[in-house]
Design a protein around this ligand. Sequence first.
Ligand code: CU
Length: 438
Amino acid sequence: MRRVLIALALVTGPAFAQNDMANMPGMNMPAQPQPQKPAAQPMAGMAMPEMAAMPQTGNLGSYPMTRDGSGTSWQPDAASHGGIHEMAGQWMLMGHMMLDGIYDTQSGPRGAGKTFLAGMLMGMARRDLAGGDTLVFRAMLSPDPFMGKSGYPLLLATGETANGATPLIDRQHPHDLFMELSGSYAHDLSDAASVFLYAGYPGEPALGPTAFMHRASGMDIPDAPITHHWLDSTHITFGVITAGLVEGNWKLELSQFTGREPDQARFGFDTPKFDSTSARVTWNPDENWSLQASWGWIKSPEQLAPLLNENRFTASAEYVRPLGEDSSIAATLAWGLKKESDGTGLNGVLFETEYKPAGLWTLFARAEWEQNNELIPGGAVEPVAALSVGAIRDFRLAPHLKFGLGGLYAFDFVSSALKPAYGHDPHGVMVFTRLVAD
Ligand SMILES: [Cu+2]
């Protein structure tokens, strides 16, 4: 059970041709000789023997499984697909783990230091049924609650609370122990079209790009983007139902979900309300790109500002290109606008990239700009920005386990009104080790 062979095959020539065909509407996996693949996943429930030689389809329709991102999001087909795969009867099981042990220090009067554990643990069980229907259960856990309710120091990060009374400012909130417990069912309408239903408690509504810790351009970066609450903060939502339609390389989705962000009890479950709505259109024009635009009406997202509702607009482009054996580049450009019900409009823009020159090295960078009104009590809107760069060197301990050492340096930029609060040359440093089961 090596890493799923599709991922390996994606960096070889023949796989590209095959991948292209899988992308084309109407091309539903013609039988092709795949000498390097027969050991690949036995296809559970596949009636047609020739399909055993083909890559497994996505969770929501007839497209390459590498396209599946967090929740029901898509990323480029050329993304590699980590994880340990195993068959158990009719079920395909998949597991994935990323654990970062981080020493973090942020400069200036608002800075602090902390050593903590972050990351995620993911398990998926999938069963392919007659007629091409697909049933998937997914669980995702986070070690974040063990770092304490106040999260970790991160200059310019805002959102959520540690105690239910004061907002977290210049700190990234911990994620909930249960980040996702979801199920989805997809029903094929034709070779290229399908409809699906997804439910999560918690889960991720159809809003924003693939969440930062799951997308190819961000999954190795140890900290959260400061634009998290402009783009993908709804990735943990206590109660979500999504209905969607896949037609070739297009996906249309509608979600009904709980608008309130998770409360400070990070080990527990919050009350589901299903009081908010989102819609997203996604298009993968070729194997290297995934584009989405989405809108959400979020009822009372912030526990500390319960009377404020939010209209959120996001658009993003994700890019992945394999450059050779174990070498690749990935990038995301994303924009988000929070239109609050008091009239405030706050934009945020993110660009991030990961470059793997060779299998065991990762170089990354993330640049962000946003308009934030939570950094100074009183609500003045201030533009701020952050640029972080870093590198990771991994060491393979076992076929499915690697250990890595990494570092990150972040430059923070604030408006003149904020300069006294942040001091000269605000910055952050993280040094980390990690354990990755892939
Ligand atoms: Cu988050």
